[in-house]
Design a binder for this molecule. Structure first.
Ligand code: TYM
Length: 334
């Protein structure tokens, strides 16, 4: 039923409204790679509570995210699409791996530093150990490859370090995973400040294209996107705003940045920005339509959730039992 022999794991948080950065940096690559691997795509709802969430909203967003995975082209018959909170082994392994992770390592995580600056009134222990839960997600499934955007690389490095440390003590327990970063789209920046990552939590609505934005909104936001002052469409670090728009257009259309430069040679920023906006709107329209259909089909989606959680639990328990045995936890009498 599942695809390749090698394992792929990735996940997204069900917090905030997802952006085109989430799609181009991660989800799009998941779809491309899914034919080659046995894949688990997780809605990481346990990660979300490091920041306070409204329960009803979290539940609704988690379901929207799960249906988005399918709407974007991941076949739930061939890929294991599930909620993290349905598989208790994630949290159990996280406890164990906490005992193999150093405070110094966690203190260096840039995401922790950023988030604690943003949520000064709630710098909880979960925010600090968040990367250990992420390592558990990955290591539970003997994952070979983890497709993510650039901002998750540091967490991936830590995951590898934890796996190697554990293996050095107990033998080859975990597969040491590799990150997969797409050639274009791994680092989509804000449309209003190319020095900043496009993010779900940006206060400026015009900075991000949300996956549920309608066509007019998408085109309007691209029209308002800031540009540089060289008045030519060139993929260069000297023109970070235009470079970002070219990256988006390249990732959406599959054209190389050099092809995009040729296509818009001698043309103005206005024409270019309209083309980018239209390409993104065309890309998102069928995904939004399919997602709405799935959200309306409760029984179908509930069936997927149940079957896939069982499948993920089965795989996760194999690794967890092995780890527990290595550590010396008593075996359960049968
Ligand atoms: P999250 O939910 O913030 O983002 C999900 C994925 O989207 C990518 N991404 C971007 N890529 C390019 N440009 C952007 N502007 C952009 N913004 C987000 C992220 O790199 C990510 O791949 N900790 C993770 C979720 C997670 C996870 C895991 C991922 C939990 N466990 C195990 C992989 C494997 C996170 O917060 O991603």
């Amino acid at each position: 039923m599942l695809n390749g022999e090698k394992m792929l794991f990735s996940g997204m948080q069900a917090t905030g409204r997802l952006t085109i950065g989430n799609y181009l940096g991660a989800l799009k690559n998941w779809v491309t790679l899914s034919d080659e691997y046995t894949c688990l795509f997780c809605v990481v709802d346990e990660h979300s509570i490091t920041v306070r969430q409204d329960p009803a909203t979290l539940r609704q967003r988690a379901r929207k995210l799960l249906t988005l995975y399918i709407a974007a082209g991941l076949d739930p018959e061939k890929n294991i699409i599930y909620y993290q909170s349905h598989v208790p082994a994630h949290a159990e392994l996280a406890w164990i791996l906490n005992c193999f992770t150093y405070i110094g390592e966690l203190s260096r995580m840039t995401q922790f530093k950023d988030k604690s600056a943003k949520h000064e009134d709630n710098i909880n222990a979960g925010l600090f150990t968040y990367p250990v839960l992420m390592a558990s997600d990955i290591l539970l499934y003997q994952t070979d490859v983890v497709p993510v955007g650039h901002d998750q690389l540091q967490h991936l490095e830590l995951t590898r370090d934890i796996a190697i440390r554990f293996n050095n003590i107990y033998g080859e327990v975990f597969t040491v995973p590799e990150a997969y970063i797409g050639k274009v789209g791994a680092r989509i920046q804000s449309l209003q400040d190319p020095a900043k990552k496009m993010s779900k939590s940006d206060e400026n609505e015009n900075a991000s294209i949300y996956l549920d934005d309608d066509r007019d909104t998408i085109i309007r936001k691209f029209k308002r996107a800031i540009t540089d002052n060289e008045a030519c469409v060139r993929f260069s670090d000297e023109q970070p705003a235009i470079k970002n728009l070219i990256s988006i257009y390249s990732a959406v259309t599959g054209k190389s940045p050099a092809d995009v430069e040729r296509e818009f040679e001698g043309k103005g920023y206005g024409e270019f920005k309209l083309a980018v906006g239209e390409s993104v709107a065309d890309l998102l329209a069928p995904i939004q339509k399919r997602q709405a259909e799935l959200l309306a089909d409760k029984d179908y989606v509930d069936g997927i959730i149940k079957n896939n959680a069982d499948h993920a639990s089965y795989l996760a328990m194999k690794t967890l039992r092995k780890v527990q045995k290595k550590l010396g936890f008593p075996e359960r009498p049968r």
